[in-house]
Write a protein of this length. Structure first.
Length: 261
């Protein structure tokens, strides 16, 4: 099963390009859920979530809708004295699980998180703290692109997040790999000029994909679908609703039957 959506849904700059004028913020998710059946909850990266908030979010979408939840930065960037943070994060997910609307956790590590004995041990610690919950790991540093990484993820029962981003030295290449029952793909855009140097965070994700660029991923996503039970595909080029256009394009491209060899 391939589920396609966007990385987040609550953006004021989507009013006009996607949301109707005058829409209250509380109505954005129900409106979004009319078209898509999944989204990433990404505010959880900036602050630890609570069960009340995630429970309220779950009630705004119909049955069959799935959320993936981005791990808080205390768990991926701080990495010190964080057992209590792990416990709070896991506890907050219970309303989504009870409602049958929980997909997985996305643990995105910073570019500075490089392969080392210490960091490989932290991945083991992360797996231990999250228990049996499904977890997908996103690396930013290309040094992780090696067979040993995929073997480690399979051993730990962690999924691998495939990414499309600028083809800059040190960033992750467009590798498609499934290391568990959940496969995951994120489209960050290819704004190489603004990736490292920008005044505002959104500038990094200001990018419109061409159909040709998205077609590169169609056979890869189909292959992931053959290897995993569920494939989550999220567009993160979110500035002014470009992610919605990307998700729609991908949905159309994947709906076409594969070309004959």
């Amino acid at each position: 099963m391939i589920r396609i959506g966007t990385s987040g849904y609550s953006y004021k700059d989507w009013i006009g390009p996607f949301y109707p004028e005058g829409i209250p913020e509380r109505d954005m998710l129900p409106f979004y859920a009319r078209e898509f059946d999944t989204t990433e909850i990404n505010f959880t990266y900036y602050r630890l979530p609570d069960a009340y908030t995630l429970g309220a979010i779950a009630r705004k979408v119909p049955e069959g809708f799935l959320f993936t939840v981005k791990a808080s930065q205390e768990l991926t960037h701080g990495r010190e004295e964080n057992r209590d943070a792990f416990r709070q994060f896991v506890e907050a997910l219970k309303p989504l699980q009870e409602a049958g609307k929980f997909g997985c956790i996305l643990a995105q590590f910073p570019w500075s998180f490089r392969p080392s004995t210490e960091n490989r041990s932290y991945l083991e610690y992360l797996r231990e703290q999250f228990g049996e919950l499904p977890v997908v790991v996103e690396f930013r540093n290309a040094a992780w692109v090696k067979t040993e990484t995929f073997l480690l993820l399979r051993k730990l029962g962690l999924g691998f997040c495939c990414v499309d981003e600028p083809r800059l030295r040190g960033l992750f290449p467009p590798v498609a790999e499934a290391t568990g029952p959940i496969a995951y793909v994120r489209f960050h855009g290819r704004n190489a000029t603004k990736w490292w140097q920008h005044e505002h965070a959104w500038e990094r994700y200001d990018y419109t994909y061409s159909e040709e660029e998205l077609r590169e991923w169609v056979p890869k996503i189909r292959q992931l679908d053959q290897s995993a039970e569920t494939v989550f595909v999220f567009a993160n080029n979110h500035w002014q609703g470009q992610a919605v256009t990307t998700a729609r394009q991908l949905r159309l491209l994947l709906a076409d039957p594969p070309s004959a060899p």
